[in-house]
Design a binder for this molecule. Structure first.
Ligand code: BDR
Ligand code: CA
Length: 317
């Protein structure tokens, strides 16, 4: 059996971030070696508190949790998405408070430390705004040399956006940071709305979490309740999109892209109506996949696997 891939997770829990964390803890293919938080769905500080509490409930107080950026590169944090993720970011569920506090290092310092400890092997999984990653690249431009791969949940290629008509939330919340990440010289797998909106969790699967005998898994089921309410009008059923969990499953290799294109992706960093749009060059693809030579960004457009079934089975195992 191959050794698990060390993963640094940058996140903003966040209901779907919570499911991603549950999956990463359960997957034998990865070892979660550190978590940094960033403002997005909630503030970076609340996201850190949520992460500490979730990890304590899962019995994983050994994983360092570091506080990341409160504000974004060109604007302050504007309050998050309580209508989507609840007032506290975890669906309004009050988790038992962990005794543990955040690591003494910042998220950037933790990431840089881990990149040295696991040089050449560390995988970055970023499922929130990309502010911390941009700061890390600025602090140490040699970071990409020590990273095996970066997986990002973010963007929308042909799909409409989910925060503006053209922009996806993680990218929109810090377009300049996203542009810096995509400009850097490393292998990036971008998991956009085009594919994440196609994979959903059912109420029956949520009930399976609630029926589990582990408090952590039960809490995941409870946290999803509010998120299911949010998605009711768009799907016409109690369900939710699996944005961050799908990116986690792709990073872990548990789910394989069936259509992924190496194409240039640029981010609109303007203040206009296109702000935060990820503009993917999908020209010339009519007769079959055409990868652009030298491009290190892989855009995932389809996944044939039943990602929800895989995620649920892994978390419940
Ligand atoms: C992304 O934005 C956040 O609300 C979710 O946690 C996910 O990372 C989806 O657009
Ligand atoms: Ca997220």
């Amino acid at each position: 059996m191959t050794a698990p891939v060390p993963v640094y997770l940058d996140c903003d829990p966040g209901v779907d971030d919570t499911v991603a964390i549950a999956y990463l803890l359960a997957s034998p293919a990865v070892e979660l070696v550190g978590v940094g938080t960033v403002s997005g769905n909630t503030s970076a500080a609340q996201a850190a508190r949520n992460t500490l509490d979730l990890l304590a409930l899962a019995g994983r107080d050994d994983i360092p949790v570091a506080l990341g950026a409160h504000d974004h590169l060109d604007h302050p944090f504007s309050g998050g998405a309580p209508h989507v993720h609840g007032d506290n970011g975890v669906g309004g569920i009050v988790l038992p408070r962990s005794d543990r506090e955040v690591d003494e290092r910042t998220a950037v310092e933790l990431l840089l430390d881990l990149s040295r400890t696991y040089a050449g092997r560390l995988h970055i999984l970023a499922i929130g705004p990309l502010t911390n990653i941009a700061h890390a690249l600025e602090a140490d431009p040699s970071l990409p040399d020590r990273i095996a791969e970066v997986t990002v949940m973010g963007g929308a290629a042909l799909s409409p956006g989910n925060i503006t008509p053209v922009a996806e939330a993680n990218i929109y919340n810090d377009p300049q940071a996203a542009a810096a990440l995509l400009d850097a010289d490393w292998d990036v797998t971008l998991v956009p709305l085009d594919v994440t909106l196609e994979h959903t969790l059912s109420e029956e699967q949520r009930q399976q979490f609630l029926a589990d005998d582990r408090p952590f898994v039960v809490a995941v089921g409870q946290i999803l309740d509010h998120y299911f309410d949010f998605y009711l009008p768009s799907y016409g059923a109690r369900t939710c999109a699996l944005h961050d969990p799908l990116a986690a499953a792709i990073a872990a290799g548990g789910v394989s892209p069936s259509r992924a294109l190496q194409v240039p992706v640029v981010v609109d960093v303007s203040q206009g109506p296109g702000r935060g749009q990820t503009i993917a060059d999908l020209r010339g693809q009519r007769t079959g996949p055409r990868h652009h030579e030298g491009v290190r960004t892989r855009l995932v457009l389809d996944v044939d696997d039943d990602a929800a079934a895989h995620l649920v089975a892994t978390i419940l195992a």
